[in-house]
Write a protein of this length. Structure first.
Length: 324
């Protein structure tokens, strides 16, 4: 008798009441078609302000395979993914967005590859960015080029968090206890043999994207600071460059004074130089400060997320009451 594998599907949700019915319908179609696979759907409510939690509770009543975790407030997608991974029990684990930009129809193919071929991870990547603003697509491509030059690990352009992983990969990810998390970098850092499935980008099925330009910018900074020390090297190189320029300028001033005397001139240019150098110093201090801030947050040892309620906690309480 073939032992059925358990598939854990983690779905981070933040204000997804419009998308969830579509996602739930599509994912169940796919799950019903799977053979020799048991499953659990782990929905993580990231402090939603709409009816997301009420919908998740309804799904939980429909099937014990549908589980939910609800945060005490919005902690961010990184925290939601971590909570899902920490509570997933599956032999195979995947992470999906609720907006159907991660096609559920790819799951059977991903399971077939990971069970029949010698791969530990089956990842997905978009081959294009249709439907996205052009400036956002341009900046995203540039970000991956920059970070791959700065970092020692390779991050695939267009890679999604949607990937199927074996249990040993999940355990490796969970062994990284850092507070400042950048999952795309963490997935690359742990390594393992990976196969990529490419697909056409699709628009959200409903609702609006929660990723503003400012949030994406901060997320990009998180990735650069978390997986590269090049900005620190850059700040040191800038300091060295200006030291050399200052030395050259001192020599020029000395020679000019000896040959032509020392007339008082150049007040506007002097002020401009002072402001320019001051700006460079603040820029370099900002880079150093960003790294110090990350160290500061790590040393606080605060929890990455706080659970307000969960069906797991309710089930554990009921079990304890039965034992009593």
């Amino acid at each position: 008798m073939i032992k059925k594998k358990l598939l854990s599907i983690i779905v981070p949700c933040y204000n997804e009441e419009q998308s969830l019915p579509y996602f739930y319908k599509e994912i169940n179609k796919v799950l019903k078609s799977l053979k020799n696979i048991k499953y659990e759907l782990i929905f993580v409510d990231d402090g939603s302000k709409d009816n997301t939690l009420r919908i998740l509770k309804k799904y939980n009543k429909e099937s014990k395979n549908n589980k939910y975790i609800s945060f005490s407030r919005n902690f961010g997608k990184e925290a939601a993914m971590l909570a899902g991974l920490e509570h997933a029990k599956g032999d195979l684990v995947t992470i999906m967005d609720a907006d159907l930009q991660d096609p559920p129809l790819l799951i059977p193919e991903m399971i077939k590859i990971i069970t029949e071929e010698d791969y530990d991870i089956v990842g997905t990547r978009r081959v294009n960015r249709k439907g996205e603003p052009k400036i956002r697509s341009f900046l995203s491509r540039k970000f991956y080029r920059i970070i791959n030059k700065m970092s020692k690990i390779e991050m695939v352009d267009g890679a999604r968090d949607f990937r199927l992983m074996k249990r040993k990969v999940v355990d490796a990810i969970l062994s990284l206890k850092e507070y400042n998390r950048y999952s795309k970098g963490i997935f690359s850092f742990v390594g393992f043999k990976t196969k990529w499935l490419e697909f056409e980008n699709t628009k959200r099925i409903a609702g609006e994207s929660k990723w503003s330009f400012w949030k994406l910018f901060k997320y990009a900074i998180e990735g650069i600071v978390g997986f590269s020390t090049f900005p620190l090297v850059l700040s040191a190189l800038i300091g060295l460059l200006f030291c050399l320029l200052s030395f050259i300028m001192i020599l020029i001033i000395i020679i000019k004074t000896i040959i032509f005397g020392d007339p008082v001139s150049g007040w506007p240019s002097t002020i401009c130089i002072i402001f320019f150098i001051g700006g460079i110093q603040l820029f370099v201090m900002g880079i150093i400060g960003e790294y110090l801030a990350k160290i500061y947050l790590e040393t606080k040892n605060r929890p990455i997320y706080i659970i307000s309620e969960s069906n797991n906690l309710i089930e554990e309480k009921e079990e304890n009451n039965e034992k009593k």
